[in-house]
Design a protein around this ligand. Structure first.
Ligand code: 6PG
Length: 251
């Protein structure tokens, strides 16, 4: 039986999903720039956002975004060079950043090539300093936490999001905003934002596609089990699920 799941929209195709994500990006960018003169957005990694990046760089969408006032951050990054095919930055650079004329200084890359603990601390400091220097808001309930405008997230078949993999130390980190995380199943470090930071964003949107996500999506949205993605519960902001067809098979 389909429980009414708040703020979950099913799209027939991955193209419709990408279009929906791109439309949200444009709307939030224009609204935030109109209100505060700036739009801070966090991109997710993995493959799902690729089609949305292509659309945002297309003639249909590109010129509707005030790129000079957009500041791009990443929710997580692999500990690889920025030119590695594994890099989340590389995916966004190739499909979006290199095509829209966003000023270089507006692109806040997580330095995956660095020493993980140092790179995580540097990114956390860069984020806080950026918000302080621009007089941007921090969370009233947790004044260390910058309030991001829009955060895109993906969902892994094991219930991970960002680079918060089940059983890894970052999942239970309540102190940091950005942290290095050793992921056993990957035998590799990742850099990742934490739930403490993401949960104060104004809008958090999961983009989920792929038949292999159907079971985990149902479990997470229905609050079954305990998965890292289930830790994403915005305090004051909105949580949206944009789902591509096959992934919604069990809802
Ligand atoms: C990463 C991600 C990760 C991703 C999910 C979904 O660096 O891989 O941030 O959390 O969003 O694994 O990945 P797909 O979109 O490729 O299914």
């Amino acid at each position: 039986m389909l429980k009414k799941i708040e703020n979950l929209v099913v799209h027939a195709t991955t193209e419709d999903l990408a279009r929906s994500g791109a439309g949200l990006f444009v709307d939030r960018a224009r609204g935030c720039v109109e209100k505060r003169g700036i739009f801070t957005v966090v991109l997710s990694g993995g493959s799902t956002p690729g089609e949305m990046f292509n659309l945002l760089a297309s003639v249909e969408f590109r010129d509707r975004v005030p790129w000079n006032n957009v500041h791009i951050f990443w929710g997580d990054e692999r500990c690889v060079s920025p030119i590695s095919p594994e890099s989340n930055y590389r995916l966004a650079f190739d499909k979006l950043i290199s095509k829209v004329g966003i000023p270089e200084e507006n692109v806040h890359r997580m330095k995956g090539e660095g020493e993980p603990p140092k790179a995580a601390l540097e990114y956390e400091k860069e984020l806080k300093d950026f918000f302080l220097s621009r007089g941007l808001p921090f969370a009233k309930e947790d004044p260390e936490v910058p309030v991001l405008d829009l955060v895109f997230l993906g969902l892994g078949p094991d219930g991970h999001t960002l680079s918060l993999f089940p059983g890894s130390s970052a999942v239970s980190d309540e102190r940091r905003l950005v942290v290095e995380n050793y992921v056993d199943i990957l035998a590799a470090y990742r850099l990742t934002m934490t739930p403490r930071l993401v949960n104060y964003a104004r809008t958090v949107v999961f983009l989920v596609s792929g038949e292999n996500k159907a079971e985990i999506l149902k479990a997470v949205v229905e609050g079954m089990g305990s998965y890292p993605a289930g830790l994403i519960r915005p305090v004051d902001g909105k949580l949206l699920w944009l789902v591509g067809g096959a992934a919604a098979r069990l809802l």
